[in-house]
Design a binder for this molecule. Structure first.
Ligand SMILES: Nc1ncnc2c1ncn2[C@@H]1O[C@H](COP(=O)(O)OP(=O)(O)O)[C@@H](O)[C@H]1O
Ligand SMILES: [Mg+2]
Length: 335
């Protein structure tokens, strides 16, 4: 029997859903390469530990970092690796649904489809990320009722209003979790004169970060390199500093949400006010970001349960629809 699978090809995380089994893979979208031979050494978890720690001849990269397939061959290799890992020996080729950002161009769509087909898929379909996110969050998207989804990943934030199974208005910006980390690095450089690494910045964000000053302050000691003496130095950073540090990228996310609301037809605005905004993706876990979006828009906002797995769950659910698709359809969320 062939196994149909759904892939959430995220800029930070790849999740694979196998029909009948659920999510079987959840690994960072990282690939380690030997620069001299261009050979791929490791993919996923094993490659992630190498990020920022590789010797001269090895480089660990995130090929989807900017939300599009900029490094086509590496991406293809990564897709193949995960399809194989999910399916075991491929006697029967699987049908594959891959989730893509809503702002993707036709050229990029082609690149994703080709990559999956080259990687061993019998047929490849695409689903737009916000549609999958909404499905995974348990929203009935087929009804003539507007829902707004804000998916904040590593590389992109995808905002969309969905009704009758399709995207009515959307926006995708390249500001998400990675930009939050970069803003924390810039802040530590500016305020503490210390250069910290990306993983340290991410740790600060997850452990003590917030979009809004926390009621109970928290603190963390982190290590970096002093920019004045050039020596290792420990800094004490408190949660009250983070909303300041994150102001720029968070403002960009909020402005994008507001711009989608501004472009939403009035009838659907009414629906969104009653249904509220649903947030998905790892970036939506930033403490109190939901509260800030609610404050800025005046629309009640909640983070979906299992926010990080929503898109993969939705992609999995949409596997059920494959048999009823019209011949030749590729993008199943576009009609
Ligand atoms: N608890 C958390 N608080 C804040 N950010 C988080 C948390 N957990 C994960 N993230 C961030 O979520 C982002 C990855 O989200 P994910 O949905 O996996 O991305 P993508 O869909 O682009 O692969 C990263 O920037 C990561 O730092
Ligand atoms: Mg995602």
């Amino acid at each position: 029997m062939s196994k149909d699978i759904g892939i959430d090809l995220g800029t930070a995380t790849v999740l694979v859903y196998v029909k009948g089994k659920g999510i079987v893979i959840k690994e960072p979208s990282v690939v380690a390469i030997d620069k001299n031979t261009e050979k791929i050494l490791k993919v996923g978890k094993e490659a992630e530990v190498m990020l920022g720690r590789t010797p001269g001849n090895i480089t660990a990269i995130r090929p989807l970092r900017d939300g599009v397939i900029s490094q086509y061959e590496i991406t293809q290799h990564m897709i193949r690796h995960f399809i194989k890992k999910a399916c075991g020996t491929m006697i029967f080729k699987p049908r594959v649904i891959i989730c893509v950002p809503s702002g993707i161009t036709e050229v990029e769509e082609r690149a994703v489809v080709d990559a999956a087909t080259q990687a061993g898929a019998k047929r490849t379909y695409l689903i737009e990320e916000p549609v999958a996110a909404a499905l995974g969050a348990g929203i009935d998207i087929s009804a003539p009722n507007g829902h707004m989804v804000v998916d904040i990943g590593g590389g992109t934030t995808d905002i969309a209003v969905i009704s009758l199974g399709g995207v009515v208005v959307s926006e995708s910006i390249k500001v998400a979790g990675d930009k939050f980390d970069e803003a924390i690095i810039r802040y530590c450089r500016r305020k503490h004169n210390v250069l910290i690494g990306e993983r340290t910045a991410e740790e600060i964000k997850k452990k003590i970060g917030s979009a809004w000053p926390r009621e109970e302050a928290r603190a963390l000691n982190v290590k970096g390199r002093c920019l004045i003496q050039g020596l290792p130095r420990m800094i004490h950073i408190t949660s009250q500093e983070i909303p300041d540090a994150l102001e720029e990228p968070i403002t960009a996310v909020i402005e994008a949400v507001c711009s989608v609301i501004e472009r939403t037809p009035p009838e659907l605005i009414g629906d969104i006010i009653s249904n509220g905004i649903v947030m998905t993706g790892g970036g939506s876990l930033l403490y109190d970001l939901d509260r800030l979006i609610e404050y800025a828009t005046g629309v009640k906002t909640r983070v979906a349960q299992k926010a990080v797995s929503c898109v993969a769950m939705g992609t999995g659910k949409s596997l059920e629809r494959l048999s009823s698709l019209p011949e030749g359809a590729i993008n199943i969320s576009r009609r």
